[in-house]
Design a protein around this ligand. Structure first.
Ligand code: ADP
Length: 234
């Protein structure tokens, strides 16, 4: 299978008045369809920036980002927003659920925004919440749920539009050990079912769950280790 998304010679300078201060200093990374890639490295080394560029949340200063064979860094902000909605799911460390919407509405919203019919959004929300083991909370506000439960809801929301690419930025960074195991298990299940995932983590246990480990330092990829995907238990 070909690359689902790739960064080619990407740099990122956040401050145009300080163009030599680079969050990314020349990164090449190609993610194949179906891979689960873990990105690790010290705080500030550029992991989140890389994730944002892969998902079209931001654009590089120089270099290219290509998704499904199409350059996305040259698209207008509006077209990138459409592409993100359809092709990219995002999970954050602090869940980022909308506090004054029910769990059900949090998961249905991205589908409705993408033009899905309300009855179809509701059906699919039911399926996702059940699969992720949080359907009993559908009518509750997210604040009633534990961290692990909220991250399951966030995962349901991220997967709602069946994105080609699931990005997760420290998805277990705010969870205890038991909830980490649960969320990691769910991510692995989706991966085994074919979901392409790129996740950023500080947790070596989470890093070891991928079939590829990318290590970053000072805005550069220092190591890119592929594991034996057969060892995943296929
Ligand atoms: P990591 O995810 O590895 O902690 P980041 O990608 O968040 O690293 O940050 C890389 C560098 O870019 C850091 O020096 C950080 O301070 C800087 N940075 C990140 N986001 C912004 C931003 N929105 N504006 C300015 N600087 C930023």
């Amino acid at each position: 299978m070909g690359a689902l998304v790739e960064c080619v010679a990407v740099t990122k300078a956040y401050d145009p008045t300080r163009p030599t201060v680079l969050a990314l200093a020349g990164v090449d990374l190609s993610v194949q369809a179906g891979e689960m890639v873990a990105v690790m490295g010290p705080s500030g080394c550029g992991k989140s920036t890389l994730l944002h560029l892969l998902g079209g949340l931001d654009i590089p200063t120089t270099g290219r980002v290509v998704m499904g064979g199409q350059r996305i860094d040259t698209l207008s902000e509006a077209r990138r927003a459409v592409l993100r909605r359809r092709e990219v799911g995002y999970v954050f460390q602090f869940f980022n659920l909308i506090a004054n919407l029910s769990v059900a509405d949090n998961v249905e919203l991205p589908m409705l925004l993408a033009g899905c019919r309300p009855d179809e959004a509701s059906r699919r929300r039911g399926e996702l919440l059940e699969r992720l083991g949080v359907d009993r909370f559908a009518d509750r506000p997210p604040g009633d749920l534990s961290g692990g439960q909220q991250q399951r809801v966030a995962l349901a929301r991220a997967l709602a539009n069946r994105p080609a690419l699931l990005l997760a930025d420290e998805p277990t960074g705010n969870l205890d050990s038991a909830a980490t195991t649960e969320v990691l298990g769910l991510l692995s299940d989706y991966h085994v079912a074919g979901q392409t995932i790129v996740l950023v983590t500080h947790d070596p246990r989470v890093g070891a769950a991928g079939d590829r480990l990318v290590t970053m330092e000072d805005g550069l990829v220092r190591a890119d280790e592929h594991r034996n995907i057969l060892a995943r238990g296929a």
